[in-house]
Design a protein around this ligand. Sequence first.
Ligand code: ZN
Ligand code: ZN
Ligand code: ZN
Length: 234
Amino acid sequence: MDKEENSYSETAVCTLCGERVKVRGLVRHLTSCRAAHPAKQGKQERTVFTLKVCGRYNPEYFLYLEMTDNMTLDDLDGFLRGTWLECCGHLSQFSIDGVSYSDSIDVEIDPSDTDVPEKRECDVELGSVLTRGMTFGYEYDFGSTTELVIKVAGVRQGYDAPLKMPIVLARNDVPKWVCADCGKPAVRVDSMMGYGIGEDNVFCATCARKREKAGECCFLNIANSPRTGVCAYE
Ligand SMILES: [Zn+2]
Ligand SMILES: [Zn+2]
Ligand SMILES: [Zn+2]
């Protein structure tokens, strides 16, 4: 049997209209689709952000999120953990314009050390830190770190009702991994080989079982997340 190629999708489904859209024109599509399918309305005018979040080293994993300006970095952190990242309650931080935003208490910092970036808590509202077109970073787990890049892909003013959770406007289709041993669809990733997921450490259930009997490995289920294959994430 010919070995299939590992493949990533260049399309994603827009959750507003249900259509499959090319990733290239996705922001444009989401902007016009939002106008055709308006958000739930509230009383107050507010700024509404469209954020594109993706893995820094595996950008085939991405989310397009809509968030209202009343929401905080804490809300985004909680959402990213729940949807994509959480394995064992590791620390996390945002880096925006040279400032680190984190809820981890760091008592070790020497205030006279100017190389240490400024630190603030994550309970800041998005409206006070985000601007159109800006890109910022996010890290989950300072040991086996998963790095994300977040771009403010769109900003609009509207009478949207304040959100409590981000709305997922689009998400990458599940990448198709193939077994490194036999070429069948892969479902398991060996977290001891390499760092995260790659062509060489994904296996079908049968080949994973064989490898488990033969030697040292640590299999996790493959997840649709930039953290798949790292630490205990599955
Ligand atoms: Zn749409
Ligand atoms: Zn972990
Ligand atoms: Zn196999």
